[in-house]
Write a protein that binds this ligand. Structure first.
Ligand SMILES: [Zn+2]
Length: 195
């Protein structure tokens, strides 16, 4: 009998993971130099630095750039700052999208769903029986419809804790066209996982 799991990890299959690792090896490492392109919400933006020593360091996602103000501009510092900037954006946007989709998810009742964020290497999201949806912070770099797709997928697990036919029927009814963001994440999700 299949072991009942408490938390469903929506992993890629073993083969997909293997292929993804091979492809990931060919990606050049991010160097965090000025002008380097970084993903945010499905688009790439150049990094622009503003050295300063007056106030606390900060990251701003502007219409045409990601600007980083910091006294120190070494790679590790920049990487950490950008990560916390992404996290800040993700916290706000993920909650907003989760609440919006939750309103439409007829099977979830009026019960709240707890949201947790985490940077993960191989998983876009997980869902537990305790109604905790954990989303990969890196999703903030993907287009909005990919985020909605992953949230919808995890919400469907509140009803169907598996990936069987009943789960897919619910996905088809709740998020028709989910195959497009699914394919996009498979095709270029590795780009969003880079740190
Ligand atoms: Zn799943």
């Amino acid at each position: 009998m299949r072991r009942v799991r408490d938390t469903l990890r929506c992993n890629l299959t073993r083969v997909e993971r293997f292929v993804q690792r091979l492809r990931a090896m060919r990606l050049p490492a991010l160097t965090y130099h000025e002008g380097e392109l970084h993903w945010f919400s499905g688009r790439q933006y150049p990094l622009v630095f503003r050295p300063q020593s007056q106030s606390a360091a900060r990251v701003r996602f502007e219409p045409d750039r990601i600007s980083i103000e910091s006294e120190h501009l070494d790679r590790d510092r920049l990487r950490r700052l950008l990560q916390s900037g992404y996290r800040q954006q993700a916290k706000e946007r993920f909650r907003q999208r989760l609440d919006r989709l939750l309103e439409r998810a007829w099977w979830t009742g009026a019960q709240p769903v707890h949201l947790a964020l985490r940077r993960m290497r191989r998983t876009w999201g997980t869902c537990s029986k305790q109604r905790v949806v954990r989303l990969n912070t890196h999703l903030i770099k993907a287009p909005a419809h990919c985020l909605d797709y992953i949230i919808s997928h995890e919400l469907c697990h509140l009803q169907e804790m598996h990936h069987g036919p009943a789960f897919h029927r619910l996905m088809d009814a709740f998020a028709p066209g989910w195959q497009a963001p699914h394919a996009l994440l498979r095709r270029q999700g590795r780009l969003y996982l880079q740190e």
